[in-house]
Write a protein that binds this ligand. Structure first.
Ligand SMILES: C[S@@+](CC[C@H](N)C(=O)[O-])C[C@H]1O[C@@H](n2cnc3c(N)ncnc32)[C@H](O)[C@@H]1O
Length: 350
């Protein structure tokens, strides 16, 4: 197998490499890709980054309610399947399965989908009780999943798609590339991305720019084919298209909880991520026939759908350490300036 270093060396001898291609290799090279290694890199100490799931079960608990609500709206079908692409360690599945009601659980099958070996290994352990009882499956391929009634949800899936940063210099589009010297911006044909950006800004100004994930629409298309009826929920880091353009969104690198923009360094050793363009994500789902789509900050979504007052009465009785963790979880997902404010939730129906 050709190593990442060999591929980059060979490509650089021919010219510069678009940043999105480097991100593809850095995350998904079959051997050296960050998400193809057997070592899990999620979490707090000694790891690279944490997600809403590391803060506690509140997201899963709220999703359990939201899904049950959808199940009832659909007339309580006898089989309700839930697919989570980019499911990582399976923690969200575990938190949902731990909180659904007994009558809903009888109909419920959770499908974990992620090619990361570290994610699959951990998910098999974390989900073991439900795998044994037939309520959870760690799936190897999307193709093996028959279309179903239920839900598709994801947490931080779309921000892990290889994305290309673009900048408007006042007269043309520039593309961020890797050269022998590091990162550079070169004029290039922005094609579909350029048309999309122009359609989302009233007036493009020099310095405006955003990211374009080529794989977004094909992935949404693949996923949408699986859901015959039900709800789609995407939770991710990002913003609407106009805001991303105005801020000049680009790639971020995470290593040991340090974040910077040096996506070309320590390839395969760091997580690379890009903001999700929620306007475009919404347009992709609409294109697939989903309706009533809307996105909002995660903090709003939690406050709207979680039974915080009821649950707080239960949490008040917990031992102090657990109570503190639970309080921290609520604060992280609901207070301004914290995780719940930086993430958005897109929902749609079919
Ligand atoms: C940022 S991690 C999030 C993991 C998990 N959802 C969490 O919140 O902890 C992104 C995950 O998406 C997976 N992934 C990327 N592209 C995917 C795809 N097309 N289908 C399924 N999983 C994918 C990666 O392997 C990685 O485990």
């Amino acid at each position: 197998m050709t190593t990442v270093a060999e591929i980059l060396h060979q490509r650089l001898s021919q010219g510069v490499i678009p940043a999105a291609e480097v991100m593809q290799l850095a995350l998904y090279h079959p051997q050296e890709g960050y998400y193809r290694q057997s070592q899990n890199r999620w979490g707090f100490e000694g790891r690279d980054y944490y997600t809403a799931l590391d803060c506690g079960p509140l997201l899963g608990q709220t999703l359990a309610l939201r899904l049950e609500d959808n199940w009832k709206q659909l007339g309580s079908p006898s089989s309700y399947t839930v697919l989570e692409p980019g499911a990582g360690r399976g923690w969200l599945g575990r938190d949902i399965l731990s909180h659904v009601s007994p009558s809903f659980l009888k109909t419920f099958t959770y499908l974990h989908r992620d090619d990361s070996p570290a994610a699959q290994n951990e998910a098999k352990q974390v989900l073991a009780p439900w795998i044994q009882s037939g309520h959870a499956v760690v799936t190897d391929h999307l193709n093996s999943i028959q279309p179903f009634v239920g839900a598709i949800f994801s947490n931080e899936l779309f921000d892990a798609l290889p994305a290309q940063p673009w900048r408007w210099d006042g007269s043309q589009w520039l593309q961020e590339v890797l050269s022998l010297e590091g990162s550079e911006w070169h004029p290039a044909d922005a094609a579909e991305a350029g048309q999309w950006f122009a359609s989302q800004a009233e007036d493009l100004e020099a310095g405006d720019g955003s990211i374009w994930a080529e794989g977004l629409a094909p992935l949404v298309h693949l996923l949408a084919q699986k859901l015959t009826q039900g709800i789609m929920i995407a939770i991710d880091y990002g913003e609407s298209a106009d805001r991303l353009l105005a801020k000049g969104a680009d790639l971020r690198r995470y290593r040991q909880h340090q974040v910077d923009g040096k996506w070309w360094e320590e390839i395969g050793q760091c997580d690379l991520t890009a903001d999700v363009d929620f306007t475009r994500l919404q347009a992709c789902w609409e294109h697939e026939g989903f309706h009533a789509l809307a996105h909002q900050p995660l903090s709003h979504w939690i406050r709207r759908h979680a039974l915080l007052e009821t649950w707080e009465a239960v949490w008040a009785e917990l031992p102090s350490e657990q109570k503190m963790r639970q309080t921290n979880n609520v604060l992280q997902l609901t207070l301004p300036g914290l995780l719940g404010e930086r993430f958005r939730v897109l929902e749609g129906h079919r």
